[in-house]
Write a protein that binds this ligand. Structure first.
Ligand code: SAM
Length: 234
């Protein structure tokens, strides 16, 4: 079976997050009331964000960080609060506008560059850390590996991302997702076999760029299942 190309999926995701599901996504990432299903997703996402932020140094002053697929900006804002200079990129201009509007008063607007664009665009420059929370989960493994290979030569310390692990639970959830009311459905998620992902990383990324897997953590609530992975430059 041929995999969907990077460009095709990126365009589908732009339509989905910018239009189809924009209001739902804005609600999910706010404090407004949501369905029970979405409450479990919200709780899982919060745990995931805290996991990724917990893997970064507490003091991020002097660090340049890419939030790759920033959505409504929660992670970017927290990283800026800890002193990072953040470049927050999302393919959806609507979500980028929402993220900018959510910037709290205690954060200097100059510390976050919110921009609509492709996270893989090299013109955003070099970083100490690249973080992609739940933005690579929508791409097939080949695209995930290529995206990370694109980040590697421009990243000094760490690449932190999440993937959807191919587990029986996730397969059941994917099938169940089709039964959800339309509003509770998520866009295509591409489950990836962890061992295949690690061997692909150990091959090209370690050999060419010196990055290796440092740790992973599976975060699971009833309707949220995602696995964090940290690659460090050794
Ligand atoms: C599930 S959301 C996660 C958003 C955010 N990271 C968070 O955890 O709240 C995935 C995001 O990735 C963005 N995205 C997907 N592909 C992208 C690409 N190639 N470049 C930039 N953003 C992308 C989508 O527009 C969407 O906002």
């Amino acid at each position: 079976m041929t995999e969907v190309s990077y460009e095709t999926r990126r365009s589908e995701l732009k339509t989905y997050f910018d239009r189809t599901a924009k209001d739902n996504w804005v609600a999910l990432t706010s404090n407004s009331p949501v369905s029970r299903i979405r409450q479990t997703v919200r709780a899982g996402r919060e745990e995931m964000r805290n996991t990724l932020l917990g893997w970064l140094p507490t003091d991020l002053r002097g660090c340049r960080l890419l939030d790759a697929g920033c959505g409504t900006g929660a992670l970017a804002i927290e990283a800026a609060r800890r002193g990072a200079e953040v470049v927050a990129i999302d393919i959806s201009p609507e979500l980028v506008a929402e993220a900018s509007a959510r910037l709290p008063h205690d954060i200097d607007p100059k510390t976050i560059q919110f921009e609509a664009g492709d996270m893989s665009d090299p013109r955003y420059g070099s970083f100490d850390y690249v973080i992609a929370m739940d933005s690579l989960i929508h791409y097939p493994m080949d695209s995930i590996t290529k995206l990370i290979e694109g980040f590697a030569p421009r990243t000094r310390d760490g690449i932190l991302f999440t993937f959807a692990p191919k587990t029986p639970a996730l397969s059941v959830m994917k099938a169940m997702g089709k039964l959800f009311p339309r509003n509770d459905r998520s866009p295509a998620i591409e489950p990836v076999t962890e061992t295949k992902l690690i061997s692909s990383i150990n091959g090209s990324l370690t050999y060419n760029f010196g990055f290796r897997v440092n740790r992973t953590k599976f975060v699971t609530t009833k309707f949220y299942k995602s696995q964090a992975m940290e690659l460090i430059n050794s």
